[in-house]
Design a protein around this ligand. Sequence first.
Ligand code: HEC
Length: 165
Amino acid sequence: MRRAPLLVVAACAGAILCGSAVTHAQAPQGPGVRPRAPSEHGDPEGWRFTIPAGDAARGRAVFEKFECYKCHEVKAQKFPAPSQRDALGPELSAMGGHHSAGFLAESIVNPSAFIDKKSGYASRDGVSKMPSFNDAMTVQELIDVVAFLKGLAPARAPASGGHHH
Ligand code: HEC
């Protein structure tokens, strides 16, 4: 049975989950996998929540599906005009240039986390007038609608190398 150890190695080489054999040998790799700081406890140094890249075209459909336009104008987009006059939110076409994707995602999953107090966006109890979509919106829909909003405005700091169409 001289061949047995070789077979184990071959079986492990192609598999992502190979038990303890690779636990310390190699970190997981692939899209969305970020290198880990060596710390065993707590968040890796400098860690912060980031949202994966989404599909802006699908995000536009999400914006329509949840009728976000009832409260948000989006310049240069042909959505129905805002109609919910008692709970209007800000015009959103420039938001992607001002905010990170993580900030936009948080303002959707937790609208009250940060509210511009002066603009009448909060009810008298301090809660955002924006409703929660958390029971209805999938995580993928959230990712895509954030990509849609991010894609509307160029980032403030121009990326080196520019962009192509
Ligand atoms: C009933 C009205 C209403 C609806 C519907 C609504 N929003 Fe809002 N939204 C608001 C209000 C009011 C604010 C400002 C207060 C706040 O930040 O929560 C806001 C804030 C936001 C912000 C943060 C803007 C900033 O600069 O802080 C984003 C992003 C946003 N909404 C996206 C959405 C998306 C995406 C949808 C649909 C899934 C949606 N909204 C649906 C009322 C609404």
